[in-house]
Design a protein around this ligand. Structure first.
Ligand code: HEC
Ligand code: HEC
Length: 282
């Protein structure tokens, strides 16, 4: 089994085994916010062999990197503006908007850095989108948004943008420990005809090229992400889905318990990197 997986990955990797790792550029946002894009790996990663965690930004071309240095060039910010409109729009039976209770989006500072997070009252692990839907259903009398729908991602990006530059810091112990373990297991589970796990590509082969793509560590500190490929913002779960599909495996749905657990685990591998959302990727 192991042999077959090795053969599959060898066939996918670009022929000259050129390990052109992360570059040494620095990311300064709007000439003022210095982003931490490389930092010592969190303690829980000791057994992975990765001692430095690196933002996906370092693996992109200079042109793509440039787009993320300035809000006027970052096309993701157009969707953040749309998210702000939604934030201020009354919806549902209670006649309220997000702004009615939360005032400006600045009140969301720190949220993207600490989610997914345990909600004590509900007794569940929540992603940002789950929390927003809880407010919609139970406080606004509005319909929940479909997971990773454009409107939900735009509001998530508005929320993320309030934490840009803050270090990711999700808790992995206490009531979320079981979900974290489940997410970790998924991360290392080989799936599909190709028998590849997330780790096969993002832990063992980052820095290598796979077809024309420069493999990163698969970090999610930059989500939601504006992708040049589809010219819109992309959610974490949709990205997971795409990656699993690339291994030719059946996959989970956005919003599923499995992807919520995987989001917590993958996010914890970014503990210490700056929140970048919305980032720009190819
Ligand atoms: C009627 C008032 C009300 C409205 C309207 C409302 N919320 Fe909330 N929201 C709350 C309260 C109260 C909390 C804290 C509840 C808790 O911690 O469980 C909260 C918590 C949150 C949190 C978590 C903050 C944190 O620090 O963990 C987010 C994110 C959030 N709301 C987003 C939204 C968005 C986006 C909208 C609009 C779609 C919205 N809320 C509409 C009352 C509201
Ligand atoms: C066959 C190799 C492969 C596998 C297996 C794979 N990915 Fe990916 N993934 C890629 C490629 C290629 C990209 C685009 C280049 C990059 O950012 O690494 C990517 C991108 C990503 C990104 C975006 C990173 C950013 O900075 O925007 C995330 C997050 C991610 N993958 C997570 C995962 C997770 C979680 C799994 C397991 C469920 C997984 N991937 C499995 C190849 C893979």
């Amino acid at each position: 089994m192991k042999f077959k997986a090795l053969t599959a990955i060898a066939a996918l990797l670009a022929a000259p085994a050129f390990a052109g790792g992360a570059d040494d550029d620095t990311l300064v946002l709007n000439g003022e916010i210095e982003m931490t894009t490389k930092v010592a790996a969190p303690a829980h990663m000791a057994e992975t062999g990765i001692d430095e965690i690196i933002s996906g930004w370092h693996f992109r071309s200079d042109e793509t990197q440039q787009l993320q240095t300035d809000d006027f060039e970052n096309q993701g910010m157009i969707f953040v503006d749309q998210g702000l409109e939604t934030w201020q729009t009354v919806d549902g039976s209670e006649g309220k908007s997000c702004a009615s209770c939360h005032e400006g989006p600045e009140s969301m500072e720190g949220v993207a850095a600490s989610y997914p997070k345990w909600n004590e009252e509900a007794g569940e692990l929540r992603t940002v989108q789950m929390q927003v839907n809880d407010c919609r259903e139970n406080r606004m009398g509005a319909k929940p948004w479909k997971y990773d729908a454009g409107v939900a991602i735009n509001v998530e990006a508005l929320i993320a943008s309030q934490s840009r530059g803050m270090p990711v810091n999700v808790a992995i112990d206490g009531p979320v420990a079981a979900a974290w373990e489940a997410g970790k297991e998924l991360y290392y589970t080989r799936t599909g005809i190709l028998e590849l796990s997330c780790a096969s590509c993002h832990e063992e082969n980052y820095g290598n090229y796979i077809r024309a793509d420069h493999l990163s560590q698969g970090q999610i500190n930059g989500f939601p992400t504006y992708r040049l490929k589809n010219a819109k913002l992309n959610g974490v779960h949709s990205r997971f889905k795409g990656c699993v599909r690339d291994t030719r495996a059946e996959t989970y749905s956005p919003g599923s318990e499995e992807f919520i657990a995987l989001e917590l685990y993958v996010k914890s591998r970014a503990n210490g990197l700056s929140v970048e959302g919305p980032s720009v990727r190819n």
